[in-house]
Design a protein around this ligand. Sequence first.
Ligand SMILES: CC(C)(COP(=O)(O)OP(=O)(O)OC[C@H]1O[C@@H](n2cnc3c(N)ncnc32)[C@H](O)[C@@H]1O)[C@@H](O)C(=O)NCCC(=O)NCCS
Ligand SMILES: Nc1ncnc2c1ncn2[C@@H]1O[C@H](COP(=O)(O)OP(=O)(O)OP(=O)(O)O)[C@@H](O)[C@H]1O
Length: 284
Amino acid sequence: MTFPLLAELSPVAVKHSDPLLIGRHAARALILEVETWPKPGLVSHIDNGAHADMDADLLRLSARTLEPFFVALAEAGAMDAGMDRLRQIGMEAEGAMRDATGGVNTHRGAIFGLGLLAAAAGLAATCDWHAPLGALVAWRWGRDIIGRAPEQDSHGGIVARRYHVGGARAEAAAGMPSVYDIARPALAEGRRLAMGDEEAARVHACMALIAVVDDSNLLYRAGPEGLNFARNKARAFLADGGVGRANWRWDAKAIHEAFVARNLSPGGCADLLAMALFTEVLES
Ligand SMILES: CC(C)(COP(=O)(O)OP(=O)(O)OC[C@H]1O[C@@H](n2cnc3c(N)ncnc32)[C@H](O)[C@@H]1O)[C@@H](O)C(=O)NCCC(=O)NCCS
Ligand SMILES: Nc1ncnc2c1ncn2[C@@H]1O[C@H](COP(=O)(O)OP(=O)(O)OP(=O)(O)O)[C@@H](O)[C@H]1O
C-alpha cells in the first residue's frame, strides 16, 4: 500500500477533542443519514427500502445505543490504544447493537468506520495532528486493520473471497478515500446545485458513492450484475445533473424503487455518507 507523505495531505484543523462531543457527533451523523430520502434501497424516515427487518426507528435506537461506544473509542484513541483494544470496544458495540435491535445488523459497518474515525479524533488532539482523520486511521492502525484475515463466514468475508474486493477494512486501511475523494466533494457540489438544501446534498453524495464504491452488501445480495446495475443508475442520475434539476427527487425515487424491486441495498455507501458528515463537523 502506498500512502501520501504527511506534507502532501491537505492541512486540516481537528475542531473537537472532547470524547463526549465526538461520540455525540458520530451518533448524530448516523441519525442524519437515516433522515435522508430517497437513498436507493436504503432505510429512511420515509420507508424501509429493501429491508424487511429494519425501519428508521430501529436505526435511530441503534444510533443512540452506539453513542457511548463512540465515546469509549474516542477515549481509547486519546490514550493511543492499539487495534486490539479498539477491536474489543467495537465487538462490545456490535453486541449492544444486537441486544437493542433483537439481533438485527443495523450498523455493523458503521461501527467499524465511524468507530475508527472517532478513535482518530481522540488521538488527533493528543498528537498535534493537522491532516484528515482518515489519514490518521491509516497511519496509526492501517497495518493492523489489513493484516487481519477477513472473517470466513461473514457476508464480507464470503464476498471478499468470491470477488476479490476489500470492503470496509480496505477502505479504512487506505485512509477512507471514498469519504474524502468522493462523498465530501459531492456533499459540497450537492449544496451548490440544490442551493443549500442539506437533504438534497446528502442524496447527491449517496449517489456519488454508489457510482464508484465496491459495496460488499450489493455484491453479497446480487453479485457483479447487481453492483453494475446500481452503479449505472447512480451514474446516469449524476450525468443528468444530479440534484441540480427541479424534478431530481422523482428520478431518485424511481431509482430507489428499482433497487427495492431487485432487493439491492448499498449499506456500505450509507456508512460512508455518515462518515463524511461526521468528518465535515470535526474537521475544518
Ligand atoms: C471489519 C468488519 C466491518 C468486517 O465485516 P465483514 O467481514 O462483513 O466485512 P465487509 O467489508 O463486508 O463490511 C461490513 C459492512 O461494512 C460496510 N461496507 C461494505 N462495503 C464497504 C466498502 N466498500 N467500504 C466501506 N464500508 C463498506 C457495510 O455496512 C457492510 O455491511 C467488522 O465487522 C469487524 O471485523 N469488526 C470487529 C470490530 C473491529 O475491528 N472494530 C474496529 C474498531 S471500531
Ligand atoms: N440507512 C441504512 N439502510 C440500510 N443499511 C444501512 C443503513 N445505514 C447503514 N447501513 C449499513 O448496512 C449494513 C446492513 O446491510 P444488510 O442488511 O444489507 O447486510 P447484512 O445484514 O449483512 O445482510 P442481509 O440483510 O443481506 O442478510 C449495516 O452494517 C449498516 O452499517
